[in-house]
Design a protein around this ligand. Sequence first.
Ligand SMILES: Nc1ncnc2c1ncn2[C@@H]1O[C@H](COP(=O)(O)OP(=O)(O)OP(=O)(O)O)[C@@H](O)[C@H]1O
Ligand SMILES: [Mg+2]
Length: 277
Amino acid sequence: MEKLEAALAKAREARKASAISVGDEITRHEQERAHGGVRQGDWLSLPELTISPELAQQQRLAALTGGKDATPYDMLRSRAIRLMKEAGWKRLAVTSPNAACGKTTVAMNLAVSLARQQDTKVLLIDVDLRRPALNKLIGHHPKRSLHEVLAGACPLEDATVRFGTNLLIATNNSPVRQPAELLHSTRTREILAEIEERWKPDVTIFDMSPMLASDDNVGFMGNVDCALLVAAAESTTLANIDACEKELAQLTNVLGVVLNKCRYPDESAGYGYEAYD
Ligand SMILES: Nc1ncnc2c1ncn2[C@@H]1O[C@H](COP(=O)(O)OP(=O)(O)OP(=O)(O)O)[C@@H](O)[C@H]1O
Ligand SMILES: [Mg+2]
């Protein structure tokens, strides 16, 4: 009986200790943030990601594999960067009406295409916290998740890899069940500002969740300067595009609609990218 009581007491202590350690970690990291000032981030110190040609092919990373399939992304990049520079915008959200329109694929290809420009440093962040998928697309599982970075539990570098010299990619290992509170919080807003101050990207791209699935994006759009709406030809309805574009326009600046998954692209018209300039 005494042994049983001792074991229970030990288990209670262990539980208490582990509960403390999670909270402590956040507090410790926050204290460091509050007292440490802003240390400039060294891009080259981050672990480097390599993507095999097979993975690039499998994940439709046309901006990497090159050829004529890369052209639409280069055109999208050029138009997006021109509009963003003119307006002084640095943060771009990529969203869509429904799931599986190709947001993550477009966000990664656009990031790669932008980062090929020597003077453009790009930070790509997975904020689709219900169904994070950027880690699978690039074949990398970070030490910590981006949602932990937004919660103040660890620095950006723990969830981030570097691709080449100009692109950082921050991903998640696990989903968050109800991410709206985290995404809409003041702390997230502050942490994004700190990340920008420390790492100084020219463009930050946010890979978002679909608009019609939840209200996750509604509060978060206040953190971005502009957004691209990705629609899937043959599955997104015009009514959905119209409704989402109107809603998006209330939340941020709509940079354009990308018509993805076109089986019959009209190459003369720039392959399904409709810019609003
Ligand atoms: N242009 C395209 N043509 C054909 N398939 C595509 C195209 N773009 C993306 N896909 C495929 O569609 C699927 C969904 O793509 P992706 O994950 O990028 O969409 P998503 O909008 O981010 O999805 P989710 O809403 O789940 O986050 C993937 O299998 C991807 O390879
Ligand atoms: Mg996605």
